[in-house]
Design a protein around this ligand. Sequence first.
Ligand code: FAD
Length: 367
Amino acid sequence: MSKKYDYLIVGAGLYGSVFAHEATKKGKRCFVIDKRSHIGGNIYTENIEGINVHKYGAHIFHTNNKEIWDYVNSFVEFNHFRNSPLAYYKGKLYNLPFNMNTFYQLWGVKTPIEAKAKIEEQRAMFKHIKFPKNLEEQALVLGGKDIYKKLIKGYTEKQWGRSAKNIPAFIIRRLPFRFTFDNNYFNDIYQGIPKGGYTILIKKLLEGIDVKTNLNFFDERNNLEKLADKIVFTGKIDEFFDYRFGKLEYRSLHFESELLDIDNYQGNAVVNYTDKRVPYTRIIEHKHFEFGTQDKTYITKEYPHEFSKDDEPYYPVNDEKNQHILKKYNELAKQYNNVHFGGRLAEYKYYDMHNVIENALKTVKYF
Ligand code: FAD
């Protein structure tokens, strides 16, 4: 007997929504569920006092792939936002990514030749370290003391919840130095924010498709599996297999938000706090993503912390122990011909949005 749907799609995030949209276009019947109370997964934006708030952290769309840029723009118009974050350290502001503005703020150097000479001088002290054993040594070898101490150490230690001496060196392979006065964080050709927020994009993708929120796959697994021939699973892969090989570790985030009765709090969408003694890693002022002119402003402080059972899993911990566990789950997944595991949680990978779209578009072609 034929089932009601061709695909049950677990997760109404970007991966599930792109897959559902494309499969529906090919005449397939899709049913999308999400355990959260809303669609969009981590790119969900909520309108508060006319400001589109990035509820799960700042999201800036960037890609070099014209096809992907045209794809997202076919659903919603993107604005010309450029991400130019600042770093705040002990009462001073520095531009990011590391560029001529940063070098001027750090040392007063005004030309690329002066900046290169200063960086060489800073690095010279660590030339004896031939094989950096940890992130601290690696960062000192690549950038010297000032950049490490003021702009890398505190931020990274807060992000990872451990000393930079206990973080593997490979996390920083290179430090991207730019010897121009250019504060644009991303090098990609295309960049922007959907006008009206990311939720519009997801709504358009899911138009005309059966969607049910507040439904956890694991609460109704038997019934749900009977509904469709195939499953696209975008939740946690270890949870799908009942953690039989152990739990994959994540770093989580806690957000504290405030609506302020002023029109402009920090004059920029993103300010990183690089001093370890400030407990949050950054403050997001959401209106600046869309050049908002509202009377009020909405800000969010991000606090990283260890992931435990009821937290949102944000960043996979990319170390040997977790990769070993992941390998076992991936092997097991190969035996499940009617289930496709896709997206950041099912693949246990940090993916940017354009990667997720690319992957979902590829999957529709063969699954
Ligand atoms: P998700 O968005 O997590 O969607 C998965 C969905 O599955 C969720 O809605 C979840 O509720 C649901 N689900 C899970 N388990 C179940 C279950 N058992 N039953 C039902 N539903 C379930 N990318 C960029 O390109 N630019 C950025 O600036 C950027 N900033 C980021 C900032 C932060 C803090 C984070 C964490 C990520 C950022 N990203 C950014 C990455 C971006 O968020 C991801 O690429 C994208 O959201 C992944 O989409 P997804 O569908 O794979 O996962």
